[in-house]
Design a protein around this ligand. Structure first.
Ligand code: G4P
Length: 547
């Protein structure tokens, strides 16, 4: 091991990185929580700056016209902020019901996730989908139950739901003291500390990221606790924490790291109740950047510079019509102007003006470390999943294509612009905005577009018109999902058989892989029965379990 001061500094920098995403269903409070985290980090001055909901003034990720028109955020952004000596990298995942494949891909670029639940609603549909991607990656998942200031479900009920619905163990770290309008604070089981929030402070704390009053107790028997929270609250807390202790398990760090057990916290993002105790414990338990698997074996965070592209965004700057590739650095130190190797094309490129994303501005970055995400100018050479190294030939694990849930037939309005349409669609597919399907070889038919979120189809129409001057009619297809099909014995799939049996629509994806589109679970079930030799995968690479 070298004692080189540069290497030591690099290791220190990497050790203080925490790269994560928040997964939640719309309205659970992700925007509110993000604002509070940024406030604690001192990265923004005013609440309300993160997302421009209709009527709000400004937004961080408000890059595209269509976003502005709708007042929602389509693309994810990267928020960096310091907190207690740590460098937090929060990769935002679009929270609207019409989220996109980018949301899934972003989860491939983080080292852990915070699962935010609304205490009245528990585990909701979108949370489940995002959770499955996290679970598949075996990464730590922290559960934060929000809106505890409002009437909601019983905490034990929520613990049970996460365990049963998501199939993961839960270890409550904080536990609420009273609920709803009486919610007073949380008891931290590991620290044996009580954090109380003065009711009259609730209003003012909204604006300032206020610190809660926390005090230590020697344990649940400390008489001061009863004095502070009153008999009712004390008896309830005591009874409930005894039940938790009876469950008997310790927080097993290995299981946490593999995403088999989730530490749970309670709070109210809006009122800042319980958010700081959460954040403090989160930075302790959340791992710094971990090793990555590559075609050349394990790459450790302190190895020389390498990373992969997990997202490509066009049009971030209207004036330049540029594309930006988002690079997750997996190892080493990045320096501005660095000469690197683009592994897929085997070309040397110079990363001249990389950007970093600090709250509202894009700023030029001079150096970055494993765990960070940088935006690099893309002259049109990058694809999702591309690996970049100093000079080594290695490839990081492919980011799978996720099964779209919305499909449309692509009908040209002006046949004279066929070429532009083809170019535009291929460009957008390369960026990962949509997936393209063609009829299998030797068959006539329209191109079919597939998207994880319905809004993506509108984005395609909007961008084709704005950037390629192509008008397009999209005819929705009554299909619910796609499956990549392969034969268990490795032989080629006879796609014509699906036509003959009248189950699903057989197509091929951009890379020529066989895909079948289905109208619903029932039709997939039929296909599974009719074709027992065929495997139906939910992603282009492997299978993420259904449910
Ligand atoms: P999202 O990004 O996950 O979609 O959720 P967002 O933060 O926008 O929150 C959704 C609604 O829930 C907002 O109310 C927000 O104020 C509220 N909320 C968030 N956290 C809490 C909490 O801890 N307690 C309570 N009681 N409410 C919370 P809204 O009326 O839709 O918007 P706004 O007018 O307040 O901005």
């Amino acid at each position: 091991m070298s004692e080189n001061p540069e290497v030591l500094r690099m290791r220190q920098e990497i050790a203080r990185r925490r790269t994560f995403a928040i997964i939640s269903h719309p309205d659970a409070g992700k925007t509110t929580l993000t604002e509070k985290l940024l406030l604690y980090g001192g990265a923004i001055q005013l609440a309300g700056a993160v997302k421009a909901k209709r009527g709000r003034a400004s937004a961080v990720s408000d890059w595209m016209d269509i976003e502005r028109e709708r007042g929602i955020s389509i693309t994810s952004s990267v928020l960096q902020f310091p907190y207690r000596g740590m460098q937090m990298n929060l990769l935002d995942t679009p929270g609207h019901a019409d989220f996109s494949e980018d949301t899934y891909r972003t989860l491939h670029a983080v080292d852990g996730a915070v699962m935010l639940l609304d205490c009245a609603k528990g585990v909701e549909a979108q949370t489940k989908k995002l959770f499955r991607v996290c679970k598949h990656r075996h990464m730590p998942i922290f559960t934060l139950v929000n809106k505890m200031d409002r009437p909601g479900r019983e905490p034990f009920d929520l613990v049970g739901e996460v365990e049963n619905v998501l199939g993961i163990g839960v270890y409550p770290i904080t536990w609420p003291i009273y609920r709803g309008a009486q919610f007073r604070g949380v008891y931290h089981r590991l620290k044996k500390q009580v954090y109380l929030f003065a009711a009259d402070k609730a209003g003012s704390s909204q604006a300032a990221g206020a610190e809660a009053i926390g005090f230590s107790v020697s344990g649940i028997d400390d008489p001061r606790l009863r004095e502070e929270i009153g008999d009712d609250g004390y008896n309830q807390l005591r009874g409930e924490t005894e039940l938790l202790e009876m469950a008997g398990d310790e927080l097993n760090m290995d299981r946490l790291m593999r995403g088999e057990v989730s530490p749970m916290f309670f709070g109210s993002a809006m009122n800042n109740f319980g958010i700081q105790p959460f954040l403090d414990t989160f930075i302790d338990l959340m791992p710094p950047p971990v090793s990555h698997l590559s075609s050349a074996g394990i790459v450790n965070p302190d190895d020389e510079f390498s990373g992969f592209v997990f997202k490509i965004q066009a049009n971030m700057d209207k004036a330049h019509r540029d594309r930006v590739a988002f690079l997750r650095i997996c190892s080493g130190k990045f320096e501005r102007g660095m000469k690197v190797k683009h592994v897929r094309s085997d070309k040397a490129i110079r990363l001249a003006n990389p950007t970093t994303f600090l709250a509202q501005e894009r700023t030029i970055v001079d150096e970055a470390f494993a765990g960070d995400v940088i935006g690099i100018y893309d002259p049109g050479i990058f694809e999702i999943g591309d690996t970049i190294t100093v000079d080594k030939t290695l490839q990081y694990e492919e980011i799978p294509s996720f099964a779209p849930e919305h499909f449309a037939r692509c009908v040209m309005i002006d046949p004279m612009r066929r070429k532009q349409l083809k170019k535009g669609l291929e460009q957008l597919a390369q960026e990962g905005t949509i997936q393209l399907y063609r009829p299998p070889a030797g068959r006539e038919g329209d191109t079919i577009l597939g998207a994880v979120g319905r809004l993506q189809l509108e984005v395609v129409q909007h961008r084709l018109k704005g950037e390629y001057d192509v008008q397009l009619r999209l005819e929705p297809l009554a299909c619910e999902f796609a499956r990549w099909v392969s034969r268990k014995d490795g032989a080629e799939v006879d796609l014509g058989a699906f036509d003959r049996e009248r189950v699903g629509i057989p197509v091929v994806d951009l890379r020529g892989r066989s895909v079948v589109l289905f109208q619903g679970e029932w039709q997939l079930g039929t296909a599974e029965r009719v074709f027992p030799d065929i495997e139906f995968a939910e992603t282009a690479r492997g299978v993420v379990s259904r449910k």
